[in-house]
Write a protein that binds this ligand. Structure first.
Ligand code: T1G
Length: 699
């Protein structure tokens, strides 16, 4: 056995050389790994006793891609293309032995090997698009030559991982070997290739699969249309498509030049920097400085949920989906039946869409028991209250839970803004109380704000964080403050949007600017969708606010065919002349000066205060890091990943100095006395010291 370097060894099994990588956590193609591959293959090729070579990895996975932590650094060691050239030109068969996830550069290394074998649990993909990139090591030219153009288009623009079975069917894998016997299987396969003198397959020399799409630009146009909505605003999907067009229409080496050019554009651009930031931010959220990894977890075997409304039912589905039995409490059998009926309907709709079988519907429904008695929650390990958003009602319920539920259970509230420290005072066990703020629809939205109260114990926090992953959520730990993190930033945007339409912009102007920025929907379209009459009623309406006036005119949103917008029978919105006149009159009566407002001002007024508020949240210790705030807004409110999240965007696209200057300008001009534009001290410090907010926070 030869140690090539500290992550690569070279051994021989008879006449088969074996290059083994062992570079945790995912054998990413760091400089050391590339060095080891280059030197290891050089020696294996030079070894006349070795009639073939197997490339295999120790640990959890085959190479999972380029080392994303190396991006932006000066390149060291042999380049990936050099390593690939060495492998592809080897004068003897090279077999990639794949387990875990062969992704990105990892699959691109496997594609220059002559053959690929995999275990049944292996997965393969080119997910660079999720990092705002494209496969930059020949993947865009080789994948379509193996799988054909349509599958390559779908795989590269979705970034999904193909199973070993699919890989075998599409020609990406040549053989599936027994689980747990990858090395033996790969060596036997290599030996067979030698014994039967198989040709050394170079994918770059194949043309049949790409030729099928030659002269058919409609294949690409149809595909572009099919992904347009999902990829709106993202550069990388289109660049991936263009590389595949090059693979169809140009000789291999020319196609490689197109790939290199477009890769360089993406990797040096802001979108990829933002998406790489999000990749790491999504993993950082799980790290809680004062809650060590070793913190013991409470075993959550059964869950109680109080409230079978939209939120309670949606929350219950998350646990049933994870196979955890749930008891749902409602005040009456009718409300219980209605709530469980909605859950069943949701499951049946998913089954109709082919997501799972009707048997699975019954299995999950079987995990949901209904009751009208809180006493039935006595033995639950976790109880989540999802009832009316009123402090007295919540404190009353928590007082009862404190008497009923076994010691050691977690008592959680789904409140979206109320003070959880106060709710905890209704119990004798504040250390067991935590906020689990789900976002509607609770069974769909990935974000879960986990709200630690002053006395919440580390075990309860650690258990809640682990549980969020188990039920498929991204749990972000936040502190108790009005609106926690997500809604607290939203309030900043909402306030400015509501003022802008009194100062001369129209709702459709604000929505257009924010939709154009990449948010899924503007605030006024969102209000029409949710309904303007939430919490409003005719009897008590005083006709004071714009919303009162709209609701009194039965303009309650999409459901009444009119809200801020007019809607046709297909609910297609159009600006409303009536609303425009109503707004102008309402503004004049309140002495608002109307003026032309630019799109830039709309964007700044809506988004800069969010950055400033995020800095205040950090200052107050209500979020651990700026990237957690980014994740909250990406996962919970649809902030575009290619803009990195509000804090990343404020720092890396706008510049904190510009945000601060505007906050100061608006603060100086503000006569409301509310201080809403007061610049965050942390923001001022970061700008003064010319450091990031995180650095300024860490001192
Ligand atoms: N580079 C560096 N670190 C990586 C990494 C990578 N490619 N992939 C994962 N990690 C770290 C991750 O940050 C975490 O670190 C730990 O590994 C476990 O990851 C030339 C240019 C492989 C499916 O996009 O999809 O190749 O937090 O928590 O849930 O064309 O990681 O423990 O310190 O996610 O089991 C293309 C990205 C790169 C794959 C495993 N490859 N990784 O998931 O564990 S660009 C990717 C993943 C490229 C070429 C281009 C997942 C995973 P820490 P984890 P997991």
């Amino acid at each position: 056995m030869t140690a090539i370097n500290d992550v690569t060894t070279l051994t021989r099994d008879g006449d088969i050389a074996i290059v083994t990588l062992n570079s945790p956590p995912v054998n990413a193609l760091s400089a050391k790994v590339r060095e080891g591959l280059f030197e290891g293959f050089k020696q294996a090729i030079a070894d006349d006793q070795a009639k073939a070579i197997v490339l295999i990895c120790e640990g959890r996975t085959f190479i999972a891609g380029a080392d994303i932590t190396e991006f932006g650094q000066a390149p060291k060691g042999p380049g990936l293309h050099e390593v690939q050239q060495m492998i592809e030109d080897a004068p003897k068969p090279v077999v990639a032995a794949i387990h875990g996830t062969a992704l990105g550069g990892g699959l691109e290394v496997a594609l220059v090997c002559h053959y690929r074998v995999a275990v049944p649990s292996a997965k393969m993909g080119l997910p660079e698009v999720n990092l705002g990139l494209l496969p930059g090591a020949g993947g865009t030219q080789r994948l379509p030559r193996v799988t054909g153009v349509e599958k390559a288009l779908e795989m590269m623009t979705s970034g999904r991982h193909a199973s070993a079975k699919e890989a075998k069917e599409s020609g990406l894998a040549d053989e599936i070997v027994e689980e747990g016997k990858l090395l033996d299987g790969a060596v036997a396969f290599a030996r067979k290739a030698v014994a039967e003198n198989w040709p050394l397959v170079k994918i770059r020399e194949r043309d049949d699969k790409v030729a099928e799409a030659r002269g058919k630009p409609e294949v690409f146009e149809a595909f572009r249309k099919s992904v347009a909505r999902k990829t709106r605003g993202f550069l990388a999907p289109e660049y991936n498509i263009q590389c595949i067009e090059a693979a169809v229409n140009l000789p291999f080496d020319e196609g490689m030049k197109v790939e290199a050019k477009l890769f360089r554009e993406l990797v040096t651009g802001s979108q990829s920097a933002a998406q790489r930031h999000v990749f790491f931010a999504e993993r950082q959220v799980a790290k809680i400085p004062d809650v060590p990894k070793e913190t013991p977890l409470i075993d959550i075997k059964s869950v109680g949920i109080i409230g079978a409304g939209t939120m309670g039912g949606g929350i219950a589905m998350n646990f049933a989906n994870a196979g955890i039995p749930v008891t749902i409490i409602e005040q009456s059998q009718d409300r219980l039946d209605a709530g469980l009926g909605v859950v069943r309907k949701n499951y049946e709709n998913s089954a109709k869409k082919g997501r799972f079988s009707m048997d699975e519907v019954e299995k999950r429904m079987g995990l949901l028991q209904g009751s009208t008695s809180l006493e039935d929650l006595a033995d639950k390990d976790l109880v989540i209250e999802a009832i009316f958003e009123n402090m007295d009602v919540k404190k009353d319920v928590f007082g009862k839970l404190d008497k009923i539920v076994k010691q050691g259970a977690i008592l959680a509230t789904n409140t979206s803004a109320l003070d959880i420290d106060e709710i905890a005072t209704a119990t004798s066990r504040p250390e067991a109380v935590i906020g689990l703020h789900f976002f509607s629809p609770a069974n769909v939205m990935k974000l879960l704000e986990i709200v630690r109260a002053d006395k919440t114990s580390k075990e309860v926090i650690a258990t809640s964080m682990a549980l969020s992953k188990k039920i498929g959520k991204i749990g972000v730990l936040v502190g108790v403050c009005p609106g926690f993190v997500g809604n607290r930033l939203l309030a900043q945007r909402q306030r400015e949007a509501n003022k802008l339409i009194l100062e001369g912009a129209m709702p459709w102007d604000v929505d257009r600017v924010l939709f154009g920025f990449g948010l899924p929907m503007g605030p006024f379209a969102m209000s029409d969708l949710a309904g303007l009459d939430l919490g409003w009623n005719k009897e008590t309406s005083k006709g004071e606010t714009l919303r009162d006036l709209l609701c009194e005119r039965d303009r309650r949103g999409q459901k009444t065919g009119a809200g801020f917008y007019d809607y046709d029978e297909n609910r297609t919105p159009s600006p409303s002349k009536e609303v425009e006149e109503l707004i102008r009159q309402y503004a004049e009566e309140r002495q608002f000066q109307q003026r032309d407002i630019s799109d830039q001002e709309i964007l700044e007024r809506c988004l800069y205060p969010m950055v400033n508020e995020g800095a205040k949240i950090l200052e107050e210790g209500k979020a651990i890091r700026t990237s957690d705030i980014d994740i909250v807004w990406i996962m919970g409110y649809g902030w575009p990943r290619y803009e990195g999240g509000p804090m990343w965007w404020g720092e890396n696209v706008v510049g904190l100095d510009k945000v601060l200057a505007k906050m100061k300008e608006w603060d100086a001009a503000d006569t409301s006395g509310t201080g809403v534009f007061k610049p965050s001290a942390l923001l001022e410090k970061a700008v003064a010291d010319k450091v990031s907010l995180q650095k300024a926070l860490e001192g």
